[in-house]
Design a protein. Structure first.
Lengths: 395, 395
């Protein structure tokens, strides 16, 4: 039944339907007239706006401001706070408003991204790099949330899996990148904040990356799944504060090698050898990467440690690492085709740890590439690095 | 490499690592000491808290308050606003804080749910019904975001697909429920706010529902995908305000029958007959359901129209509906095993529309079940209804 003709005749009805359903859909008080925020100007400068007639102070924080600085917004006669900032470098950023001291998302922006407990509004500054993170008009892979049994932890845990365009229609087997998040994050970080699926879609469409499966597990031992996906009865409101066990117990690394990789190799069409396995991770995930390949030196041909390293005041860690690297250097030489260490410049808080750790790698003549880019300990660096790393895989 | 022993020896280092990585993971100013909100008491009363020493007024809004009423919170000596509310009925709710007039999520609660532009914090009040919406320790189906080609619209569009536990390990073919959202929503509404995947997991685990695939497309014509998933270059910040075209052009219904169902039947192991197809939707999605089965009366054996109906002042719609139902009544009688209309009681804004529409169904002796439950035009009704509807399918 096509109502087009009927309704074209009746503009009054149209308006009524619209209003009724707007109320209907939301079942909440009618919002004030819409304002635009953020508004990106032709020169990429950005105006942010918040209607807050009763507020005394509104500030703008965000990753486009150096050090997430909070900038004062100015209240106009309509009770709308505004600020215009100079054009940030084309990239993806996240931001918040601070309303009389309380951090909030931008209610005019329905694009919200989450990394662990950090829930922020999204800002895309147009440009070539940003286009690579965008949902473009190219074939898209599927993104699937999967629960897998973890005998190591004795529970089911959740992970997110990207299968490349064409996976469902072919009988081909694919290589796999295991991609790990940082402290406080979860299995949704690399898609929500990292845009990993769109980066892969775009690189594959451009012929720059091989079609591959990307497996994004949850590396926080204390939580089997992202906040909205775990049992409220067991744990409703606990924030993803850093779980020390996640970083240093060695259990997660054990689960990765013994639970996750076997699950993927059993349930997906993947090529089951080191040449077709890659392992990358950031910050805490970089420690997971290092621990995993040092325990399993014959497992991965491609390795990327982002913004991570051994803590320089942990002498024992350096001594045991030195010993272990001596033992496994010949195996790594046979197995590893590309090892990469990435840091977000000297302003990356993991920079010195990473540099010091690499001296131990140097001592054992383990080959690697050191990649440094400005941006500090941030998703701007990690997204950018994935874009450079993915094309080097499985070639 | 297992660092457990080394680190057990060094508590000071442990603390340092923790602090360093907390900063590292977030690269943002250190937050104030954590407060708990919401805190559910043993009797299910709830205390909400917000640290806001600089704010003058903080209110609590939410679906647990009748009419989403805003209740004043009281500031204590530490600058924390608090309120304690009586135990809401066990169920899932969403709420917001209103800080000096600005609506925000609860920064102490990292469980955020989204329905279109409505981004709110989650509240689960323990009880039997809530347990059915919970992520329990039962086998979980996969939830996949899939882009499909839409020849009807000439673009790719995104949908969310639930495959039941065991789908990937079996060679069995499954029945399919097509489950549609309301005005302003998108393909993520039924999982984020509707908990459809967990409801199905739990019903299947209890033997109450047949294992089935659930397809949740995006019924907003103006947007091919949820906000974070569509191209920023084409459309970054447009809120999902109601698109009149989505409701009444008939194009979405055409796409459902000609794009979505054929895509599912080609790419998934499904049983391709009316007896194994169900169609359900709420509000605007209820109009999509009605329009779709009236255009394709031989396509679905199971139908559920939630909180919807023809607008009572649209005489032409009633006349054409009357004529069409007369034409298709014999086909519906042969095809449909179970037709259900659900309303959230007289307080549901679609109640009168739905009742008036059903008089036309009655005139043609079309059999259906009318289900009425308190709760108005709300997700509390729709989730609850899915729990009752799913067990009736494919038996």
């Amino acid at each position: 039944m096509n109502n087009r003709n009927q309704l074209g005749k009746n503009a009054a009805l149209l308006i009524m339907l619209l209003m009724t359903f707007q109320f209907a859909a939301f079942a909440q008080p009618t919002p004030a007239p819409r304002i635009v925020s953020p508004e990106i100007q032709k020169d990429n400068s950005v105006i942010f706006r918040l209607r807050a007639p009763e507020a005394t102070s509104v500030k703008l924080g965000g990753t486009m401001n150096a050090g997430y600085a909070q900038l004062d917004m100015t209240k106009n006669a309509d009770g709308i706070f505004e600020i215009k900032i100079d054009a940030p470098k084309p990239d993806m950023y996240v931001y918040t408003f601070i309303v009389d001291g309380v951090t909030t998302i931008d209610p005019s922006n329905n694009v919200v991204v989450r990394d662990g407990s950090h829930i922020e509004s999204r800002l895309m500054i147009p440009g070539k790099l940003t286009d690579l993170f965008d949902s473009q008009d190219v074939p898209h892979g599927n993104v699937t949330a999967v629960w897998y049994p973890s005998p190591v932890f004795g529970v089911s845990r959740r992970m997110v899996i990207y299968t490349p365009p064409g996976y469902g229609q072919s009988s081909k087997s694919y290589p796999v990148l295991y991609l790990l998040h940082g402290g406080g994050g979860d299995e949704e970080a690399w898609t929500s904040r990292g845009r990993a699926n769109y980066i892969l879609d775009n690189l594959i469409a451009q012929g720059k990356a091989e079609p591959m499966i990307v497996v994004m597990p949850n590396g926080s031992i204390g939580h089997p799944a992202a906040p909205n996906e775990r049992s409220y009865s067991a744990d409703t409101q606990t924030t993803n504060v850093l779980d020390f066990n996640s970083m240093n117990s060695g259990k997660y690394e054990e689960s990765l090698a013994n639970d996750i990789i076997p699950f993927i190799e059993k349930n997906y069409r993947v090529i089951k050898d080191a040449d077709h396995r890659a392992l990358a991770g950031l910050s805490m995930g970089g420690l997971h990467v290092t621990n995993t390949f040092m325990a399993n030196p014959d497992m991965f041909a491609y390795i990327n440690v982002m913004s991570s390293g051994w803590f320089t005041n942990n002498k024992e860690l350096y001594e045991s690492g030195d010993k272990r690297l001596g033992e496994i250097a010949p195996t790594l030489e046979k197995t590893v085709k590309y090892m990469r260490f990435t840091q977000g410049g000297p302003e990356d808080i993991a920079y010195n740890n990473g540099k010091a750790m690499l001296e131990v790698f140097d001592k054992h003549n383990i080959e690697y590439e050191f990649s440094e880019m400005p941006g500090g300990h941030s998703w701007n660096v990690w997204r950018n690095d994935l874009k450079d790393f993915a094309p080097a895989l499985f070639k």
